[in-house]
Design a protein around this ligand. Structure first.
Ligand code: SF4
Length: 432
């Protein structure tokens, strides 16, 4: 029987047009109905050189369902190449062409010799959500555009993390990860955001290793690159937020890359000294506030639920109530992610629920005894329920409507400090 999903936190796989948009001068070409792009393009911060309103779209209709939409797809690609100046053209297919059996791959293969690369990714909504769609885009680039390299560039590391636009902090988070990796003496390579794009895509096969910072999104991609390019990968499941996790991150990446231990420890010391200097100055506030918020819940995708839970428990000494992962994590990854929630300092463990239904999440939050006001970090949907419980709320995950994010970040030592500032700004303002 059909089920209703209350307060959905993701889009269909075609929403990965935003992953393409995050690659500078890459253009999505949509082979879908006209309503798809309209529905998927409500994001904040997505205007620019190419924005969803100008993405070429076949806008297929009833006639194309009967007779097929390949002719329209062909002319749309042909005209996009003529009139839109891009570095990479990515055809994304929606539900209708895939249900009626359009061979989009064959149409795209006609452009093998075009001046600019044209590739395609099957992103019908029934194939999964935009987290899976994001993987389809990376896999399409690897399969259809890149070739194995005979040479490797010493110290070059591809960094994969975050789903652009789905996470409003994607740009700042990636830049901070790049900064941390550079401080280890390595050369980071990312493909999303300002001045990255096609030139960085070309470097992917030359990297010494892939660094995946994500509980599960992107794992299939780094495995594919290992098979195709022989590039080993380091899977670091936790988004490093704050000193405890960032120092662990630097040690693990440093060890994997063969960086001298003394160099890594010196770097960690420099960062931690400043981090704890800041914490020490505000220790009175944190201790006082811990009395107000004894327990917390995070309602977010696996990346933030895990990263923030570790940060609040390990760095701030808060006690986790139940945590909610809302990205429809595929079943085969869940056990491993659950184990990570048990690896908190001081022997603390967090229970976690993979739940996509907002109604059920809110019922659990309402019925849990937080031993005082709850602290809830989640999507905007959690604001009302937290306010009803007189708790403290911070909007960190999709949908974000409480904050404008240009290049802010919650990653690293600096990101941990930013998150502390945001949480305690909410906490202290209740006494105004
Ligand atoms: S689920 Fe299918 S029809 Fe709906 S927006 Fe996504 S691709 Fe379009």
């Amino acid at each position: 029987m059909a089920k209703l999903l209350d307060k959905q936190r993701y889009k269909c796989a075609l929403g990965a047009m935003q992953t393409v948009q995050a690659i500078e001068r890459a253009l999505p070409i949509l082979h879908s109905g006209p309503g798809c792009a309209q529905k998927l393009s409500e994001s904040v911060g997505s205007s620019g050189y190419f924005s969803p309103n100008i993405f070429p779209c076949t806008s297929i209709n009833e006639k194309d369902v009967v007779f097929g939409g390949v002719k329209k797809l062909n002319s749309t690609i042909e005209n996009a190449l003529k009139v839109i100046d891009a570095d990479l053209y990515v055809v994304l297919t929606g539900c209708i062409p895939e249900i009626v059996g359009d061979d989009s791959g064959e149409v795209v293969s006609r452009y093998e010799d075009a001046d600019k690369p044209v590739i395609y990714a099957p992103t019908a909504g029934f194939k999964g959500n935009n987290y899976k769609g994001h993987e389809q885009i990376i896999n399409a680039i690897v399969d259809q555009y890149l070739e194995k390299s005979d040479t490797k560039q010493k110290g070059l590391v591809n960094i994969w993390a975050d789903v652009p636009y789905q996470d409003l902090f994607w740009l700042g988070n990636l830049r901070e990860l790049e900064k941390l990796v550079s401080e280890l003496g390595l050369t980071p390579n990312t493909i999303f955001g300002y001045r990255r794009g096609i030139e960085n895509i070309k470097k992917i096969p030359k990297a010494e290793f892939n660094l995946l910072v994500s509980p599960w999104v992107g794992l299939s991609c780094v495995k594919k690159m290992e098979r195709k390019f022989g590039t080993p990968y380091l899977h670091y499941p936790t988004l490093p937020i704050g000193a405890t996790e960032t120092s662990k991150f630097l040690r693990e990446v440093g060890r994997f890359a063969g960086v001298d231990d003394a160099k890594v420890e010196a770097l960690i010391k420099e960062h931690e000294d400043y981090y704890y200097y800041l914490i020490e100055r505000y220790a009175d506030l944190f201790l006082e506030n811990r009395v107000i918020n004894k327990q917390f819940s995070v309602v977010a995708d696996a990346q933030y639920a895990l990263g923030i839970t570790k940060f609040l428990a390990n760095d701030l000494g808060l006690i986790p109530a139940k945590q909610f992962i809302v990205d429809d994590t595929p079943a085969n990854y869940r056990d491993k992610i659950e184990e990570e929630f048990k690896k908190l300092n001081y022997g603390v463990e967090a229970s976690v629920s993979f739940e996509t239904d907002g109604y059920r999440i809110h019922e659990e939050i309402r019925n849990h005894d937080y031993h005082g006001y709850p602290l809830v970090l989640g999507g905007y949907y959690e604001k009302e329920v937290t306010e009803q419980l007189k708790g403290n709320f911070l909007n960190v995950a999709y949908p974000v409507q409480d904050k404008v994010v240009l290049d802010d970040s919650y990653v690293g030592y600096t990101g941990g400090i930013r998150l502390i500032e945001d949480i305690y700004t909410v906490a202290v303002s209740r006494f105004n």
